[in-house]
Design a binder for this molecule. Sequence first.
Ligand code: 13P
Length: 244
Amino acid sequence: MPIAPKMIVAGNWKMNGDLSRIEEFRKQLSHLSVVEVVLCPPSVYLSSAKSDNYAVGAQDCSEFLSGAHTGDISVEMLKEIGCKYVIIGHSERRQDHLESNKQVAAKVKTAIDAGITPIACVGEPLEVREAGGVFEYVGEQIQAILELCGDTFFSSSVIAYEPIWAIGTGKTASPEQAQEVHAFIRKELLKVSEKAQMMSILYGGSVKPDNAQALFAQPDINGGLIGGASLQLESFKKICQAAN
Ligand code: 13P
């Protein structure tokens, strides 16, 4: 019986990478005993990225199961090619594709129903933090998911807290700032289910080899969702080792 949430390090390549980089990672990203390593390349590379050493995750999925939704990818399709995870509600999708809390919740539910683990992303923009509204903002993002998914959310889901002001900016949240929000998220989840004790809550936003260990040492930070630093094999490996 595990006694703590699983440590997970997921690399979100966003719209970067190519087949040769996939090959490099597939050959050289070795298995780590304690940490679950997840690689999330662009969807066209998912099949090529499969390996016994790590799990593969998509960067998005449709909230629909099939039909006239040009360009979208269903959870069943992701499952068929061996995806174990899917990132949902990343702030870049919320911004670029106007995904609402409600749509994000619908996608999370679709993934859970299909047996794929959603990595549900939440996080506030800078103006919200400066106005002191972090808990309210993140709380609403979480509530939308809980309202739709209820207890099913606790079967296998993962949450990623990614403050928008820390993404790709080099401005990491301090371990204390991140821990404060992670503890809040866990408290909100615990109001619904005791199983929240075992849920992995990942931090994302300018995680690098030199700050990963301090972040991962926080009691409610159970790994990371890594953008830029996951594109270089050596830096991604170091971040994975920091979680081991
Ligand atoms: P960076 O690590 O590049 O800041 O990106 C974080 C992120 O958005 C991961 O999903």
